[in-house]
Write a protein of this length. Sequence first.
Length: 187
Amino acid sequence: MNRAPALFAAALVASAALAQPVPEDRSRDRRFKSDWEIEQEKRNLVEGEVPLPAYPADADLVQFFVSGASSFRFYIDASTLAPGPDGVIRYVLIAHSPSGYANVSYEGMRCVTSSYKVYALGDGGKWTRRESEWREIELNPMQRWHVELRSRYFCPGRVPIHTVAEGRDALRRGGHPAASVKTGSER
């Protein structure tokens, strides 16, 4: 009994499988995760007490563009930008209204779950803790700043920045170099 044709066919099938393109690593991309996986990632984040940064100083503010339709000006205090080992990027966000009032908040963003959290609000040079739950970043024309921070600066391609220098560079350039190619689902 000649098994050569059967072995040849098996080898041909195996080599064809090996010749297939290797799918890209999608483990860091939320679009390819099940609801269960996303929920597990949310539950697995255990944050201790997050220390509050120094109150923002004008010298450290870097403006970023949100929308031509917004009359507010948005800034990140570059001295507070901190990508953490827990996957959370923490920063101070300042939104200046046309009347001159500044909304100041200390926040965190998780690229893997496309969510953000407020740790504290600032007023009169002082912080008040107002820790919130993690909230999904939604494409909302009225509150577009989190979408912009996620897609253009801190999570290009839904992958978090790794260093403070990388984040500061993205802010100063007007966007992260990896965010130059956009898809409709990322905006």
